[in-house]
Design a protein around this ligand. Structure first.
Ligand SMILES: [Zn+2]
Length: 238
C-alpha cells in the first residue's frame, strides 16, 4: 500500500522545532513552489494531482467558485491505481460545506470589532476544525485497514487552526504532535509513504499566513527540492 499524508500548511521549521520524527521519515526537505504567484491551497493540490501548473485555470474560476473545482480521476495520477481512496482533498473529494463554513467564520472573525463576538467566532471556528480533523482521522485509519493500493488523507487542521492560532505555541505543538502520531501509525500499514504539504505557515503576530515553500518527506527516496508537480511522476511510477 502506498500512502500520502497530505497536510495543509505543514511548516518545515515547525516539524524541526517540535522534532516530529515520524513526519520527517528517512528523507525530508522543502518543496519549490516559486513558479506560483501565491501559495494557494486549491491551486497547489490541483497542480499536485494533475502534474501541471493549474494556477491560471483555478484562479480563473473566481475566489469563491474555485473551491468547487473538481478534477476527474483520468486527469490525476490516482488513475494508475486499482483501488485508490482519496479523502477530503481540495479539487477532488473536498468536503465543501465544512471548509466553506471555516472560511466564513474566519472572515467574520476579522471583520467584527465586537470582542465577545470575536471570541465566540474563534471558539466555533476552532471547534469545527478539531471536529472535522477527528472525522477525517477516523476515515483515514479505516481506509488503512481496507484493501486499497493507494490511500491519500488530506488534513486541514494545521492550516485552519494556524490561521488564528499560529503564534500559540501550545496549540500548534499539540497539533504537530497529533499529526506526527498519525504518521507513526501509517508506518505500520504502508510500504511507501509520502508526507506532503502544499505550503507552510509563518507567524503574523498571534495569527498565521502561508509561507512560500512546502514540506515533503518519504521513507524510500531523497527527492531533493522537488516541485509540487513532480509528485505526479514520483507517485505514478512506484
Ligand atoms: Zn490557509
Amino acid at each position: 500500500m502506498i500512502v500520502v499524508l497530505a497536510i495543509d500548511a505543514l511548516e518545515y521549521k515547525k516539524v524541526l522545532e517540535y522534532n516530529c520524527e515520524n513526519l520527517k521519515q528517512h528523507y525530508f526537505g522543502k518543496t519549490d513552489i516559486s513558479e506560483f504567484s501565491q501559495p494557494r491551497t486549491m491551486v497547489l493540490w490541483s497542480s499536485f494531482m494533475t502534474g501541471e501548473n493549474k494556477e491560471k485555470e483555478v484562479l480563473g474560476e473566481g475566489n469563491k467558485e474555485m473551491w468547487s473545482k473538481k478534477w476527474n480521476l483520468d486527469e490525476t495520477f490516482f488513475k494508475n491505481f486499482k483501488n485508490p481512496v482519496v479523502l477530503d482533498l481540495p479539487g477532488y473529494s473536498y468536503e465543501l460545506d465544512v471548509h466553506e463554513k471555516s472560511r466564513k467564520l474566519l472572515k467574520e472573525f476579522f471583520e467584527t470589532e465586537d470582542k465577545d463576538k470575536k471570541l465566540q467566532t474563534k471558539q466555533e471556528y476552532n471547534k469545527d476544525a478539531f471536529d472535522h480533523h477527528k472525522k477525517i482521522k477516523e476515515q483515514f485509519f479505516k481506509a488503512l485497514e481496507e484493501d486499497h493500493d493507494f490511500v491519500l488523507g488530506y488534513f486541514s487542521v494545521a492550516d485552519v487552526i494556524g490561521h488564528l492560532n499560529f503564534g500559540d505555541n501550545l496549540v500548534m505543538k499539540m497539533i504537530y504532535k497529533d499529526l506526527d502520531e498519525i504518521a507513526g501509525q501509517v508506518k505500520e500499514k504502508a510500504d511507501k509513504i509520502i508526507v506532503l504539504s502544499d505550503h507552510g505557515m509563518e507567524a503574523v503576530g498571534v495569527f498565521g499566513d502561508h509561507s512560500t515553500y512546502g514540506f515533503w518527506s518519504t521513507n524510500f527516496k531523497d527527492l531533493g527540492n522537488p516541485k509540487i508537480t513532480d509528485f505526479f511522476d514520483v507517485l505514478g511510477n512506484l
